[in-house]
Ligand binder design. Structure first.
Ligand SMILES: [Zn+2]
Length: 492
């Protein structure tokens, strides 16, 4: 019996870009083994050495996670679909109680101008005057003001949220402009928070804006989220995501989780309300992926329009929580893949052995966690350092006709941007299998976009017992852009 296995965008580099693969088997374990047999590169991603399914990948049969069924022994029926949903740097359908109590929203008074501005909400039973007063009384913090966070901030300011906190330490870069209309050429190199603060001023002068222009860290996370009614996590790295989750947990602040990867987005709500027994991020994904296994948005790209779609969903969740309207994503994960016209809701249960909210928690405070260690950001002690060469060195060696092999480990579609013509293309997921194509008698130089995946490539080949000399191109193709462009018709 053939079963469809839906592969999240994060993992498609290991399945030849296919969003759905067919596999045979009468249980989830058999189906996954069949996927690993037909797509060899995905085996080490799904399974640890001892054959255990890795913790950062969640497997669902239809909308139910297999941990709530029979795990890998869960039987597969005809017509079932298996979903592989890994963590990305990303319920209860009962009554949704408003986050903002009537005592606070009751003090809000609207001007004639407000009455006209918000008339569209007043007409809706789900908002009404009471709901709009709650929106005005709400204090919402947005962590990460990239394209996703900027969209959320813009929608919430338009909706009339009274207080917005903007938390980001980075400046506006050219790719931000491609991803969202909120950023313009005039904003380049300005702090993202300053750009969006100006934009909010132009949308609604009544919205008070606080800017937190420091990097999210264990020393500041809890203090920053405290005092907000709701946090929206739009960050783009695992360390910030687990920090925001843990800080919100200890501060008892609910939060909306929104994430993007290439063409896919995910949204959920973590209520941090013990009476509802709903999960936290660590229940859903107990641990982040191994170092460099899931590339960041800046390394893999984002489909235009996706930040607005997912940001719109996240802002909508925030407004539902504030007003107590509709059914929220509490206890459920919404996965949206507009390119493949796929959108699914998955149930997420609280994990009684969760390190944070479980019965015997090991995480006791934000300061007590080494997030660099937990997120595998530290260089392991026992791995020999990777030797790097600069672009200038590489150019000199090519021009001197020195014997060397260049390997481009980016995905095939990335190589259309700029490339070294003489580089052998071997995507990182295929390296271990294709190591026979390399010559251990000469230096092999690995390159990728930023010079990070190429380090992972070298360590992957070391693990696969490749013994030839290997070097990393420092800074990757990004560092070589000027030379590649200026030598278009030359040796490149
Ligand atoms: Zn938990």
């Amino acid at each position: 019996m053939a079963t469809d296995v839906y592969v999240s965008a994060t993992l498609r580099m290991f399945t030849g870009r296919e969003p759905v693969v067919e596999a045979a088997g009468s249980s989830v374990g058999e189906v996954l083994k069949d996927v690993a047999a037909s797509h060899e590169d995905i085996r080490r991603i799904l399974f640890a050495d001892e054959g255990r399914l890795r913790n950062f990948v969640r497997v669902f049969v239809n909308d139910t996670e297999i941990r709530g069924l029979k795990g890998l022994d869960t039987p597969i029926q005809s017509g079932d679909t298996v979903y592989l949903i890994p963590a990305v740097a990303g319920g209860a359908s009962g009554k949704n109680t408003p986050l903002i109590p009537a005592e606070r929203s009751g003090a809000v008074e609207f001007s004639d101008r407000d009455l006209e501005r918000y008339s569209g909400h007043f007409l809706l039973r789900e908002a009404g005057v009471k709901g709009q007063k709650r929106i005005r009384a709400a204090r919402v913090l947005i962590a990460g003001i990239g394209p996703l966070g900027a969209e959320v901030a813009t929608v919430l300011a338009s909706a009339g949220v009274g207080t917005l906190g903007l938390w980001d330490h980075r400046k506006t870069e050219l790719p931000d402009i491609k991803n969202l209309i909120a950023f313009t050429e005039r904003d380049l190199k300005r702090p993202r928070t300053a750009v969006i603060k100006d934009r909010i001023r132009n949308i609604c002068r009544e919205t008070a804006v606080s800017v937190f222009d420091y990097e999210i860290s264990p020393d500041n996370a809890q203090e920053t989220v405290t005092g907000y009614d709701l946090v929206i996590d739009c960050t783009d790295n695992f360390k910030s995501r687990y920090l925001v989750n843990d800080a919100c947990f200890f501060a008892g602040v609910p939060y909306v989780f929104a994430s993007l990867y290439q063409t896919e987005g995910r949204i959920t709500v973590f209520k941090n309300d013990w009476s509802t027994q709903t999960p936290c991020l660590r229940c859903l994904f107990p641990e982040p992926p191994e170092r460099n296994l899931v590339p960041t948005c800046s390394q893999t790209g984002i489909w235009s329009g996706l930040p607005s779609i997912i940001g719109g969903y996240a802002a909508c969740e925030a407004l539902k929580l504030i007003t107590g309207s509709g059914i929220t994503l509490e206890g459920r994960l919404l996965s949206v893949d507009p390119l493949n016209l796929t959108s699914r809701l998955f149930h997420v249960d609280r994990n009684c052995s969760c390190a944070l909210c479980g019965e015997s928690p090991s995480v006791r405070s934000v300061q007590a966690v080494d997030y660099d260690d937990f997120c595998n950001l530290r260089e392991p002690d026992n791995v020999p350092p990777v030797e790097s060469i600069t672009v200038e060195d590489l150019v000199r060696r090519i021009e001197n006709h020195e014997p060397l092999t260049l390997v481009d480990v980016r995905e095939p579609h990335e190589r259309a941007v700029h490339r070294f013509r003489q580089a052998i293309p071997i995507p990182i997921g295929q390296l271990a299998r294709r190591k026979g194509e390399l010559n251990p008698a000469v230096d092999t130089i690995f390159l990728c976009k930023e010079g990070k995946r190429s380090i992972l490539a070298i360590n992957t080949l070391r693990e696969a017992s490749y013994t030839g000399p290997m070097f990393n191109l420092k800074g990757g193709l990004d560092a070589a852009k000027d030379i590649v462009f200026s030598n278009e018709a030359g040796w490149l």
